[in-house]
Design a protein. Structure first.
Length: 174
């Protein structure tokens, strides 16, 4: 019976590799976002002659939005792969990000919710730059969603902090 248990546990452990194609799919999503970024940048550059300052700001915010999403994907890909699939043997690589190998699952969730709040804020700012193109109901939904994301992020960070209180054995001298 112990042998069956050992084989089963080995199979469960090996199943982590099912996540590898998911992370590769996120790399493909980054390629798609890169094309979106290029298209937005080209559109912005070609419209400079007749663009208002508001249009330029919205164009730049769109570029920032795509960059934030791509940065988030990098964090998810690297930390997700290292936390759930396999450690990357890049310790001596000169370009290895300093945070790599130090972001746990909880840290990853905090970064995801923080990025969602930032992206939501950018979308809200873009809406306010074109406030005349939105109904009050649509703007109310955007504000409500943003407040919900902010509240969720604060609550999650608070729960995480409470989960790491000194009574749990952590040193709180930071």
């Amino acid at each position: 019976m112990k042998r069956v248990e050992h084989l089963f546990e080995g199979l469960l452990f090996a199943s982590r590799w099912l996540m590898a194609p998911v992370y590769f799919g996120l790399v493909i999503a980054m390629v798609i976002l890169l094309f979106k970024f290029g298209k937005e940048l080209l559109d912005l550059a070609l419209s400079l002659g007749e663009a208002t300052s508001g249009n330029i700001i919205i164009g730049v915010l769109t570029l920032v939005d795509v960059a934030l999403i791509m940065n988030l994907l990098i964090i998810i890909i690297f930390s997700g792969y290292e936390n759930f699939v396999s450690k990357m043997d890049l310790a001596n690589h000169e370009d290895r990000p300093e945070w790599m190998g130090h972001i746990g699952f909880t840290d990853l969730k905090i970064k995801v919710i923080g990025s969602i709040v930032a992206i939501s804020g950018i979308e809200l700012l873009k809406a306010f730059m074109n406030v005349d193109q939105y109904t009050d109901k649509h703007l109310a939904w955007l504000i409500g969603l943003h407040i919900t994301f902010v509240f969720s992020g604060v609550m999650y960070a608070l729960m995480d902090r409470l989960g790491h209180s000194p009574s749990k054995g952590k040193d709180d001298t930071h």
